[in-house]
Design a protein around this ligand. Structure first.
Ligand code: DON
Length: 571
């Protein structure tokens, strides 16, 4: 180990790693992660990350901290932090040396049906699909966070929810990040009287940066949850307010839908890449399955020899993305409603057959790629945060309202925004959805069913120990953002901050376009175009990871600099 690095670690955390270990803060990287020794939360907003670390400092475990941060983000990060949405929490339990996935995805109300969002002419009514009371699935977040806490946490709900209640009651100063998030959705938020009342001043103007922003109704709702647990949300007065708002606006969520909401614990999907083990989110998310499928494809090549973000590397990466997203379009859906061939899709032999469709210097047009091309199988603004504690537990959590601020509709008297997760179903199978993803009957709308997701909290293990945990928002982009982050670390040996910062690309089979971020060189772009790729500059960035790497007995955290406001808290 270099003297420089030893000195650096000593200065930053007072820690000296053991002799002979691989340097992780390799100084050739342009970005350095934050370092901590005992506990860490990497998330999209500072106050909520600090709340998680306070819980860790008080002896709580990673699940206690994740639940505290989850409730706090519902207050401080309203674009995606939520109690009205849903998500997935991947947990590594150190003592038992096992991982589990808490699926608290929203479900379609019982009365929802396949053609819910079709107009008389058979076209999709996008307004109703995205921005109406019918857009909302039955929320899972409160049940999911409480389930995780009661099953794997150590602290009472009263304690971990309290900081969120105080933030909602007393308020907190509006940050530049919060103001820009509200500003970017201002006109849509103003359309709903309750959202207008919550997010703007009485005179209708935006709260200036620095002004204290209070959410008394949200505090009231959180107190109902503090008092009665899950029932404080799914039954009683909060539920009554949700149902009344639904009934007055052609919404579908009923009392029975709320009372009947079920969290499901699932076995994560597992794969490997050159000695690393990947543990990720199973259906009803598509994320883990396709990350493992793409890693399997790439494992048969030699990306290091091409070099990071070289044209040859990006070409093969893109072709792998196309093949995986084509399969996603046909096979993925809620496994409780449709048979999803996960084992076949993550089979290394299947990946070997797919590799044969990749030409070394020629893009295959998406139209020439069919889902299940070699499967031989026949069958009947989100947010992520990552937590690590001193006991070795790790939590990787992605939850969402779907769009930034969900349907932009708030339920009067609850301070809660409704999700628009129903838009993650295929409103018309075969026709692209909000993220331009094509999906099949496997993801048609059915009452009680979970809409297919791309959210994918992911962990990478080295020598059987958690080494990297990450995740991202971004709809269809989540899968490729997480993929590139973990490949950058595993294959290109970047530290976690550099792995997160490196420019990304995205292809999702259809449309047949390769989206690239700034920072991919113009020469590389020309080479990719010469191979037949239609290369598009993204007007937006691709994803926003929140990651923790665990090495040398230390925690290295990175919040993705692509959006303002992210924070790594540690001690
Ligand atoms: O579950 C999904 O895949 C989507 N509802 C995620 C939405 C999302 O990431 C929006 N954030 N930018």
């Amino acid at each position: 180990m270099s003297l420089l690095r030893t000195l650096f670690l000593f200065l930053i955390v007072g820690a000296v790693p053991a002799q002979g270990q691989e340097p992780i803060l390799n100084f050739e990287n342009r970005f350095l992660p934050k370092v901590a020794r005992h506990g860490m939360v990497a998330g999209p907003e500072r106050l909520a990350a600090e709340i998680g670390v306070d819980i860790l400092r008080q002896g709580g475990n990673a699940v206690d901290a994740a639940v505290a941060t989850g409730f706090a983000l519902a207050v401080t990060y309203p674009r995606a932090g939520n109690i009205g949405g849903g998500g997935f929490m991947l947990i590594h339990l150190a003592e038992e040396n096992r991982q589990t996935l808490v699926d608290y995805r929203e479900v379609a109300p019982a009365s929802a049906h396949r053609d819910l969002f079709l107009k008389e002419d058979g076209e999709v009514d996008r307004g109703r699909e995205f921005f109406s009371h019918q857009s909302a699935g039955v929320p899972g977040s409160v049940a999911g966070l409480i389930h995780a806490l009661e099953t794997y946490g150590t602290m009472p709900l009263k304690k971990v929810i309290q900081p969120a209640i105080e933030l909602a009651d007393k308020g907190f100063p509006v940050t530049f990040a919060l103001d820009s998030e509200i500003a970017s959705r201002e006109s849509r938020l103003r359309k709903d009287p309750e959202a207008l009342r919550i997010f703007f001043r009485e005179d209708g103007s935006r709260h200036p940066v620095g002004e204290v922003f209070r959410q008394p109704e949200l505090a009231w709702t959180l107190k109902q949850i503090r008092k009665r647990g899950r029932d404080g949300f799914y039954r009683g007065e909060v539920a009554e307010r949700i149902v009344a708002n639904m009934e007055a606006n052609d919404g579908l969520i009923s009392r029975e839908d709320l009372a009947g909401y079920q969290v499901v614990e699932r076995e994560p999907v597992r794969g490997s890449y050159r000695g690393y083990d990947i543990v990720a989110t199973p259906p009803p998310s598509s994320g883990g399955t396709h990350i493992i499928q793409m890693l399997n494809i790439l494992e048969g090549f030699d990306p290091q020899q091409w070099g990071h973000n070289s044209a040859a590397y990006l070409h093969h990466l893109t072709e792998a993305m196309k093949l995986a997203y084509a399969d996603r379009s046909r096979y993925l859906g809620d496994p409780d409603y449709t048979e999803v061939p996960v084992d076949a899709l993550i089979d290394k032999a299947y990946a070997a057959r797919l590799r044969e469709f990749i030409k070394p210097e020629q893009a295959t047009p998406s139209a020439a790629i069919q889902p299940g091309i070699a499967l031989g199988y026949e069958s009947s603004d989100t947010t992520h945060y990552t937590v690590a504690d001193r006991y070795g537990n790790v939590v990787s959590n992605t939850y969402t309202l779907n769009f930034s601020f969900g349907s932009h509709i708030a339920v009067p008297g609850t301070g809660m925004l409704l999700n628009n997760e129903m838009a993650d179903f295929a409103a018309k199978p075969g026709v692209p959805n909000a993220f331009r993803l094509i999906e099949s009957e496997a993801n048609r709308i059915e009452g009680g069913k979970r809409p297919l997701s791309s959210m994918t909290p992911t962990m990478v293990f080295r020598d059987g120990k958690p080494w990297l945990a990450t995740g991202s928002p971004g709809g269809s982009i989540i899968i490729t953002a997480v993929l590139q982050t973990i490949i950058n670390a595993m294959e290109f040996e970047m530290n976690i901050a550099s792995a997160a910062a490196a420019p990304r690309v995205h292809h999702q089979w259809m449309p047949d376009q390769l989206r690239i971020e700034r920072g991919i060189s113009p020469d590389t772009r020309r080479l990719l175009e010469a191979m037949g790729h239609e290369v598009i500059d993204t007007k937006r960035t691709l994803g926003r990871t929140q990651s923790i790497m665990l090495d040398d007995g230390l925690l290295y955290g990175a919040t993705d600099g692509r959006r303002p406001g992210g924070w790594v808290a540690g001690y």
